[in-house]
Design a protein around this ligand. Sequence first.
Ligand code: FAQ
Length: 336
Amino acid sequence: MYTQAMDTMGKDAVDGEKTIRSAEDMQRQQRFDAHIDAGDFIEAKDWMPDNYRKTLVRQISQHAHSEIVGMLPEGNWISRAPTLKRKAILLAKVQDEGGHGLYLYAAAETLGTSRDQMFEALHSGKAKYSSIFNYPTLTWADMGTVGWLVDGAAIMNQVPICRCSYAPYARAMIRICREESFHQRQGFEALLTMMKQGTDAQKAMVQDAVNRWWWPSIMMFGPPDDQSPNSAQSMRWGIKRISNDELRQKFIDATVEQARILGVTLPDPDLKWNEERQAHDFGTIDWSEFWRVVGGDGPCNRERLAARVKAWDDGAWVRDAALAHAARQQQVALAA
Ligand code: FAQ
């Protein structure tokens, strides 16, 4: 009996340690929950639950990859922009997207995931990036339409992320949103110029681009709320502030009026104002297309991934040279 008690005590000491550790964890968890409930920001050095960290890395890396892959459909048109002004605007926009990717990779790095790990995940096809960038940019009107609709959808989705509970992500998003706003406006202005001053052929080109980009743009917000596995927890944690469906509806409502000003038709016969809901009803989204594209079988998935892998491989000598230079500088500093 005594011996057993001794044994039990020994075990208890070990279990006791566990109890103390989990009690500490519980306290940390309670403090974390209280911060989230109060709408406070979480900083990189603060304690956070593992799943909160994982969810952030998943979303931020997915977002960063979207910006970087998103440079490709537009980069395709830099050498073919119709005027010097349009070329300068497009160059600046594509450079901005590169910058956004870098802020976001840096935000994900604060969570303990290295850039190499994120690139490896992208290049091996494990990591996701936005479905929208797997569609081709066939004409110059696609440049205006990507700015108007794709950047327009991106801003609608990203403004609430400026209030994301993870502070480094929220801070990155403030600057990104300012730039995205310019991107959306330049797209709208490029289309307005074609629609108001262009030839019939140019107007038809705009309408064709809008027809092709409309449905993929409204898919950007992600699956419907009742089929979105991550939404409930991300909303609870304040990572997402507004749901996929609510953002999609806000985007559609805002875009209808802009389409009227442009003089283009949105390719949805079921799109109409619903007085009772004070919102537009719209047609059924083809979610099988969305999941096919997300799963790797969109029109340009293979091309996009191959371009990123090639850029990575072609850049190996630059990374090697930078590392060799840094090592040399260190040697010089040590010798001095
Ligand atoms: N494409 O449970 P949810 C831009 C995945 S940047 C591909 O609802 P969540 C700038 C999702 O990851 C555009 N995959 O997921 C620009 C999840 O899979 P997982 C990118 C998608 O995270 C403009 C699964 O489906 N913006 O455009 C998509 O709660 C012009 C279930 O979905 C951001 O990334 C999709 N569209 O909500 C650049 C913003 N939708 O990860 C160049 C930040 C969903 O479990 C030119 N991200 N999935 O394997 C977000 O706000 C969220 O991650 C959502 C998805 C809303 C995209």
